[in-house]
Design a protein around this ligand. Structure first.
Ligand SMILES: Nc1ncnc2c1ncn2[C@@H]1O[C@H](COP(=O)(O)OP(=O)(O)O)[C@@H](O)[C@H]1O
Ligand SMILES: O=C(O)[C@@H](O)C(=O)COP(=O)(O)O
Length: 417
């Protein structure tokens, strides 16, 4: 293994696994930290954690442990993958985890670059944009768990850590001055270098600059230029043969992001769907039974169960019942529902939302997922080649076109469809 990735959520881990596979790296995604050592030849391993919204100490401890497993299994470079919208709170977890990994790897500094231009997330003058909007006006300011109210990534990061935060400006990158500027940053004891990037070429250039870095941090885009440093080149035959999930499929959504809300409206206008509301979520056992009944009754129609709601509804439900209590209830319901639906014969699972996907995928235990073809930018098919064989589409909240759900269910059937 050359590249070891620690992903702070499951959809994001699939996103970077997809980027690495497209760059030619033989890539496996693990659900949690493997208990056994690696026994197969791969170029990259992605360990999907569910630490984006967890307690800071827990996120740090799990990330350190993942890092140790990756290094012990040969990783020469560690990538810490977080969201292209930098999802975090003023307490963490991006800063504290990056700090712990710098210590773990005895590295002098690391790049911090969430940019993902293919999905319209760009970083300029240290500020993060989603399309033509600043992050804090993009809808992300309403996120149920990590509202992003400041687009200046340098300032946001500085609230999370005591480490010195630096900045690598686009002009420096494009004029060939980046390596000299990084040496200067190192002499100034700057540890976390927020790096501008507004195009794939910028990310590939940053990847080259990071060739000797033990730690790289960013969105999935930062991985585009990394495999090339190890002589890995894109080769379509490195993509695994794709046999999908042979059985009915369903969709679960706990994402309240704008793209998901559009996808729910689009799919729900022509398919069976069921909304799970906050009051119902407080009795998880009853909710699971009710939703399972719905899924099974419509098993050949691609049924959709969602808790997705408008920001104002989320805010009032959180005020009434408590943010964490609601998130935990919904995640418990979706995880148990998925396990029971698979026991009832479902084989294709489309899940919207990073936290939601983490809960659902974890219901199937620590496992290795094969990376299949890309459904939409940043969302690959993931295969759990177990008994039974399952095909997953774990969709980031703000990824995917309006017709994502229908296409994903179809693609999960595999080449035999
Ligand atoms: N109706 C709702 N009210 C409050 N919280 C909700 C509701 N629906 C889902 N949630 C919670 O909001 C969080 C959404 O996060 P996530 O699944 O990561 O979606 P995204 O990828 O869009 O960020 C989850 O923890 C989920 O349980
Ligand atoms: O970088 C990204 O935007 C994604 O890979 C990602 O992490 C999205 O997270 P969620 O929106 O919470 O699914």
């Amino acid at each position: 293994m050359k590249i070891g990735v620690i992903g702070d959520d499951f959809t994001g881990s699939g996103d970077i696994a997809n980027t690495l596979a497209k760059a030619g790296a033989r890539t496996v995604q693990y659900v949690g930290i493997p208990s056994a050592d690696l026994t197969r030849a791969i170029d990259a391993a992605v360990i999907a954690l569910k630490t984006r919204s967890s307690d800071v100490r827990d996120a740090v401890a799990q990330s350190r442990q993942a890092c140790r497993w990756l290094v012990a299994n040969g990783a020469e470079q560690i990538v810490f993958k977080y969201c292209s919208t930098f999802d975090s709170t003023p307490q963490g977890n991006i800063g504290p985890v990056a700090q712990a990994l710098l210590e773990e790897l005895d590295a002098p500094l690391t790049l911090v670059c969430p940019a993902f231009p293919a999905n319209r997330r760009t970083l300029y003058n240290g500020h993060l944009f989603v399309g033509d909007r600043l992050l804090s006006e993009s809808g992300m300011e309403n996120h149920p768990l990590t509202p992003m109210t400041d687009p200046d990534i340098r300032r946001w990061l500085s609230r999370q850590t005591q480490l010195k935060v630096g900045h690598l400006a686009l002009e420096s990158l494009r004029s060939g001055a980046a390596e000299a500027d990084l040496s200067l940053a190192r002499r100034n004891d700057e540890k976390l270098i927020v790096a501008d990037a507004i195009s794939n070429d910028d990310l590939i250039e940053l990847g080259k600059i990071a060739r000797s870095h033990r730690l790289v941090t960013g969105g999935s885009g930062i991985a585009m230029g990394l495999p090339g440093n190890f002589g890995i080149v894109p080769a379509p035959e490195n993509r695994p043969q794709f046999t999908g999930g042979n059985g009915p499929g369903f969709i679960l959504s706990g994402s309240c992001s704008s793209a998901t809300r559009r996808q729910i409206a689009f799919y729900g206008s022509s398919h069976r769907s069921m909304r799970l509301d906050a009051a119902e979520a407080l009795d998880p056992a009853a909710a699971v039974a009710h939703c399972l009944d719905f899924l099974v009754s419509h098993q050949d129609e691609g049924p959709l169960v969602y808790s997705t709601a408008e920001p104002s509804e989320v805010a009032s439900a959180q005020e009434r019942y408590g943010r964490d209590r609601l998130a935990t209830s919904f995640e418990t319901i979706f995880a148990e529902l998925a396990a029971k639906a698979v026991a009832a014969g479902f084989r294709r699972l489309v899940v919207a939302g990073g936290e939601t996907s983490g809960a659902v995928a974890s219901a199937f235990g620590v496992a290795a997922l094969e990376v299949g073809p890309e459904i939409d930018t940043g969302v690959p098919v993931l295969i759990l080649d177990g008994e039974p064989r399952l095909a997953f589409a774990l969709k980031s909240g703000n990824f995917g076109a309006d017709d994502f759900f229908e296409r994903a269910l179809d693609m999960l059937k595999g080449d035999a469809r």
